[in-house]
Design a binder for this molecule. Structure first.
Ligand code: KIV
Length: 284
């Protein structure tokens, strides 16, 4: 399993880090098998797994349940727990307690939280408690209401400057890495060069220290909407619908299950078995 030092070294050596979100045991298992460098149990689980229209309703308890499943599926991968809305905004004490739950109850390697300057004190508090923190700036979905929706950031000089100030604040507060979401590639490239800590991107161009994608987007499983920055590596939704349709057809035709899917009566029990069945059949 990679550690914080490995990620810093990879930045220095120009080695890109590839990571993905996962919310359950089988996906985590497959991500580990594929050789993923990191896994994020994102609060995007609210939209992907529960069908909420934002990440805002997601609770700490939901996050912990999914983190535990992912940890069981990927015991050898660096896994990040994502702090849900209102789990770190209220007070430093509250944010330390909630961040600690990810480590104590779900064996996460680190936590991620959204925001720059305005959560600097929370990042500092969590870091001082001995917990690795990844910052998340640019488009921060938990505050999409304030941002006017799921909108790219840093597209004007003023917004770019705000994003740079946030990045510097997150580094200064002690975060070990930053996720930059939905900003122009030029800005992401500049921030990646500016900071000593690894800067990862989603919708931030190719020049960051690595990339993350939401697993359901990458696999083509999430049909509600697809952000511009997503590359679908598969179209599993179509494959799943096709498999379901084949199954429905087989069941209706009576061609599933076949003899190969059943259990046979033990040879030495056959006579007694037939007698029991016959007796009950006669009684009906
Ligand atoms: O919750 C999440 O999945 C995220 C993505 C932007 C990677 O934070």
């Amino acid at each position: 399993m990679f550690t914080r030092d490995d990620f810093v070294k990879m930045k220095k050596e120009g080695k890109k880090v590839a990571w993905v979100t996962a919310y359950d045991y089988p996906t985590a298992h497959l991500a580990q098998k594929a050789g993923m460098d990191m896994i994020l149990v994102g609060d995007s689980l609210g939209m992907v797994m529960y069908g909420y229209d934002s990440t805002v309703p997601v609770t700490m308890d939901e996050c912990i349940i999914h983190c535990r499943a992912v940890r069981r599926g990927a015991p050898d991968v660096f896994v990040i727990g994502d702090m849900p809305f209102l789990s770190y905004q209220i007070s430093v004490e509250d944010s330390i307690r909630n961040a600690g739950r990810f480590l104590k109850e779900a064996s996460m390697n680190c936590i991620k939280l959204e925001g720059g300057r305005r959560v600097k004190d929370k990042i500092r508090g969590i870091v001082d408690a001995g917990i690795l923190v990844m910052g998340h700036i640019g488009l921060t979905p938990q505050s999409s209401g304030q941002l006017g929706g799921f909108k790219a950031q840093g597209r004007t000089a003023q917004s770019a400057e705000e994003t740079i100030k946030d990045a510097l604040a997150v580094q200064e507060a002690g975060a070990f890495a930053i996720l930059l979401e939905a900003v122009p590639p030029e800005l992401a490239k500049a921030i990646t060069k500016m900071l000593d800590i690894p800067v990862y991107g989603i919708g931030a161009g190719k020049d960051t220290d690595g990339q993350v994608l939401i697993c359901a987007d990458l696999l083509g499983l999430f049909e509600t909407f697809t952000p511009k920055f997503v590359k679908k590596y598969e179209n599993l939704a179509a494959k799943v619908v096709n498999a379901f349709q084949q199954y429905i057809k087989d069941v209706r035709k009576g061609s599933f299950p076949g003899p190969e899917h059943g259990y046979s009566v033990f040879e030495k029990e056959k006579d007694a078995f037939d007698k029991v069945v016959e007796r009950y059949m006669k009684e009906r």
